[in-house]
Design a protein around this ligand. Sequence first.
Ligand code: HEC
Ligand code: HEC
Length: 214
Amino acid sequence: MKATGLWLVLLAAMLTVIFTATGNAQYRAAPARQGGLEAKLEYCKTCHGLSGQGYMGYFPMPRLAGQQPDYIEAQLRAFIERRRTNPIMFNVAHVLSPSMLTALATHFRGLNPRPFGGAPRGSLAEGKKIFEEGLPEANVPACSACHGTDGHGQNEIPRLAGQLYPYTVGQLSGWKTERGQGSAVDTSAIMAPTAHNMTRSQVEAVAAYVSNLP
Ligand code: HEC
Ligand code: HEC
């Protein structure tokens, strides 16, 4: 009996190895790895929306349309190096070559769909005030100082305009567990104190405000 039990354990372990290997082989054949730029862009758009406008699935898929290319490229590298933790985007990005990262990042710049919409409208005025003036009493600087008065960002500072409300709320609330991970200090450190010093309702107000900016 004991010998049979051991054999079953070994068999199960072998099967696990075989199935894992097969699974990986299938994953390697997924569209992200094959084909040129067009095929990869089509893949991105299955989640991020046909015109990069974002998509509300089980998770919010952020808007990439009009996003700063330097920012997109920097974030793809952050996913690959696990400084930014997200299992979906790690799987998507780690197979991409450096020149493909640059080509993909540049593509979204030219897209300009309308904001996705759907954010609560109750605290838009408070959100506008935070965006333009910050919260001096809480050491929160004006967002517009870095992200631009139109919220379009520049270089490695992202565009916030038109971003999906639940995505922005999620990033600002989860900053310290999802971004700037590991020992290397990166650009995410610039935002960390700001994200930390806002209350949940202030985060919601400013996220709703920027989600409507064209
Ligand atoms: C299976 C769905 C899926 C696919 C396919 C996908 N993404 Fe994503 N992407 C996501 C999700 C979900 C997030 C949000 C991650 C988070 O919460 O940190 C994201 C985040 C991003 C971000 C960060 C955006 C920001 O504002 O910080 C970039 C850049 C990005 N994706 C680029 C791409 C590119 C380029 C492709 C195609 C090569 C792609 N994605 C394909 C689901 C996907
Ligand atoms: C001192 C400059 C600076 C100020 C002020 C600032 N930000 Fe940022 N913000 C950044 C930088 C740089 C990043 C990119 C961080 C990274 O590389 O991960 C960023 C990223 C973000 C992101 C992530 C966007 C995405 O697509 O994932 C959000 C959301 C954000 N900022 C919101 C705000 C809000 C709201 C305010 C005002 C309360 C604000 N920021 C003020 C510099 C700033």
